[in-house]
Ligand binder design. Structure first.
Ligand SMILES: Nc1ncnc2c1ncn2[C@@H]1O[C@H](COP(=O)(O)OP(=O)(O)OP(=O)(O)O)[C@@H](O)[C@H]1O
Ligand SMILES: [Zn+2]
Length: 642
């Protein structure tokens, strides 16, 4: 390796000398250049005579294609704006900018700037190639993939907690890596790639390492952004190198973190997309097709934006398997705390279950951080154990701190979300032709604090008017519940996407689907295909537009009233469900029905305690209640809960 550095040194020196020679050789010509008026300069640009310009403050050095040098001064206040620069570039003029106040000598030097930059890049590369050794990880070739060996600590599935479904799905891959022949003999089709999808800090990297650890195979890791920060062609060759290396070490796991950095859909974005990234992505696709499924290489990739990925990546034979890695629920959090608390002596007053309850919205990484901070705090004051008090202080630190990677909810937000989601679900149960609830959760996802999933999740091909009206009502259920429980002045912007959804649905009903008597069976929109995708435009008269607005408004208002009535009529169910959500955070459709009836969920584990059932959710820190739940108003049975 030292050798490579030496060679680099000599080559650079040689090139520098060469550059200097050239500099003094023809430097003079530029120095005695004649002046040119600005308008003449523009003319010369238009007529294509100009070959290169160097912009140096208000002075512009102009070199014509026939080798003449001119200097022109920009008029006071005139900026060489983007359009002029664009025109210059379009005319094939090489444009350089220089820092102001440079002497003639330096302005000549600037002609050599690109050359020097190239050398710089080259040095940078040489450093990279050798620099992989940092931290003991072995860098290889140009691919920058790091090989993590057992020396870095073997990670097994035991180290990953609270995401059991994901682990189960990956179990098969472990089996395959342990014994590839066994699988291929039976003709079973092994996935080549698995895509781990989930918010930051949920343990995707950890999970991938655990697969390798369980199977006892090498683990290569690289980040998607390592492929794209470079220059044209480099990303693609890194991909090639990476696969070569993987093939040499098969069976093995190659982990590509943040695959969305390379894997974004091709041909979108401004300026016709990014050639370098597309090339890299194409190379990745080619390589993934290029090895046989039984070679024993599994590519595991992670992303939190599966929606932006190029569909080609998700096709069979590539990342055809998607594994969801969600933020942990209350039980998951307890288990993750358990994993990280293994190495920490806990005081007798520490109950991980209670800590789990007080940390809604924490990701696995947040929890690991929490335990670590608590241990540090205890150590700082010389304690022998970590006590509950340390955890409380640590929690504040994690919640405030810059290291927090995921969305962390306060108790108040949690409560509001529980009622909001319960509102959706209860209305959904009580309207006709509504899809059954598949799952309700108050664990934050993306920008949403909670989600109610209905089955089927996809839009059906046909939708009756009745079903559409039901959808409108259940979508308004969330906000209706917020208003009933916390009062109209305390509703939040959490219903943002519900409102968007309702508006779109109601608009489609009246303007496209002929579901409004007033507007009749007329499609008032026209759809345009453009490079941005298809877009609908209203294609209606002023008059009809007004009626469309009125009708949409009517539908939405009616849906909101309907939702409120349903919730008032079924208030006990609503309370039961909200309390159940506060306690269990995620409920399947079946468990939800049990909770609504007042029973405990079936899947809730039974090491149970009816003691802390119901009302007060013990919190790690007492959060002052800012919002007092309002007595639900209007014709409501008195409801003495909470
Ligand atoms: N499910 C979990 N069980 C145990 N520890 C976890 C879990 N999830 C996260 N952690 C802890 O958080 C750390 C960071 O997690 P990791 O880097 O695997 O998350 P990630 O999902 O890959 O995040 P990112 O998307 O930001 O890369 C892990 O090293 C581990 O200590
Ligand atoms: Zn909602």
């Amino acid at each position: 390796m030292g050798n490579a550095r030496n060679i680099a040194f000599w080559v650079v020196l040689f090139l520098l000398i060469l550059a200097l020679f050239n500099l003094f050789g023809n430097g003079q010509t530029t120095m005695n250049s004649r002046t040119l008026s600005y308008s003449d300069f523009i003319q010369k640009v238009d007529s294509g005579e100009v070959g290169a310009v160097v912009i140096d403050g208000e002075q512009v050095q102009v070199q014509t294609r026939d080798g003449q040098n001119w200097v022109t001064i920009k008029p006071e206040g005139e900026v060489l704006n983007e359009t002029l620069i664009d025109t210059l570039i379009a005319k094939g003029v090489s444009v350089k900018a220089e820092r102001q106040q440079q002497s003639g000598f330096f302005s000549v030097l600037s002609l050599w700037l690109p050359f020097l930059v190239l050398i710089g890049i080259w040095i940078f590369f040489m450093n990279r190639m050798q620099g992989g050794g940092r931290g003991g990880a072995m860098g290889f070739g140009k691919s920058r993939a790091k090989l993590l060996t057992e020396k870095h600590g073997r990670v097994t599935f035991d180290d990953v907690a609270g995401i059991d479904e994901a682990k189960e799905e990956l179990e098969e891959i472990v089996e395959f890596l342990r014994n590839p022949q066994k699988f291929s003999r039976l003709g079973g089709k092994i996935p080549k790639g698995a895509l781990l999808v989930g918010p930051p800090g949920t343990g995707k990297t950890l999970l991938a390492r655990a697969i390798a650890g369980e199977a006892g195979v090498p683990f290569f890791t690289i980040s998607g952004s390592d492929f794209v920060e470079m220059f044209v062609g480099v990303g693609a060759s890194r991909v090639r190198d990476m696969f070569e290396q993987a093939k040499k070490n098969a069976p093995c796991i190659v982990f590509i973190d943040e695959i969305d950095a390379v894997g974004r859909s091709r041909g979108v974005g401004y300026g016709g997309g990014n050639d370098e990234r597309e090339q890299t992505l194409n190379q990745l696709l080619v390589e993934m097709d290029g090895f046989e499924a039984n070679e024993g290489i599994i590519i595991v990739a992670a992303t939190n934006r599966p929606d932006v990925l190029d569909p080609a990546l998700l096709r069979p034979g590539r990342f055809d398997r998607q594994v969801q890695v969600p933020n942990p629920d209350i039980k998951g959090r307890e288990k993750i705390l358990g994993v990280h608390a293994r190495k920490v002596p806990l005081g007798p007053d520490v109950d991980l279950r209670i800590i789990a309850r007080g940390t809604p919205g924490f990701s696995g990484a947040d929890l690991a951080n929490l335990v670590n901070e608590a241990a540090l705090l205890a150590a700082r004051i010389g304690k022998r154990f970590v006590t509950l008090d340390d955890f409380e202080k640590a929690k504040d630190k994690v919640m405030m701190g810059p290291e927090r990677r995921s969305m962390v909810m306060t108790e108040d937000e949690k409560k509001l979300t529980a009622y909001h989601e319960a509102g959706h679900a209860i209305v959904g149960i009580h309207v006709p032709q509504h899809d059954p609830v598949h799952k309700v959760t108050i664990i934050p996802r993306g920008r949403a604090l909670g989600v109610t999933f209905y089955l089927p999740e996809r839009d059906k091909l046909s939708l009756t008017r009745e079903a559409a009206l039901s959808k409108l009502a259940s979508a308004m259920g969330g906000k209706a519940a917020e208003e009933l429980v916390f009062g109209p002045e305390n509703v939040t912007n959490g219903a943002y996407s519900d409102i968007q959804h309702v508006t779109n649905l109601a608009t489609a009903m009246v303007s496209q689907w002929g579901m409004s008597d007033k507007l009749g069976n007329i499609n008032y929109t026209s759809t345009q295909e453009s490079f941005l995708g298809s877009q609908s435009h209203f294609n209606a008269s002023e008059e009809s537009r007004e009626i469309i607005d009125q009708e949409v408004r009517r539908l939405v208002d009616e849906a909101y009233d309907r939702a409120k009535t349903i919730l008032k009529d079924n208030w006990q169910e609503m309370e039961n469900l909200a309390q159940g959500l506060l306690e269990y955070e995620t409920l399947t459709g079946e468990d939800m029905m049990r909770v609504i009836r007042g029973d405990a969920p079936k899947t809730g584990d039974d090491d149970d305690d009816s003691s802390d059932k119901g009302s007060a959710v013990p919190s790690l820190t007492a959060i002052p209640k800012t919002k007092k739940p309002k007595e639900p108003k209007g014709g409501l049975e008195p409801e003495p809960s909470a």
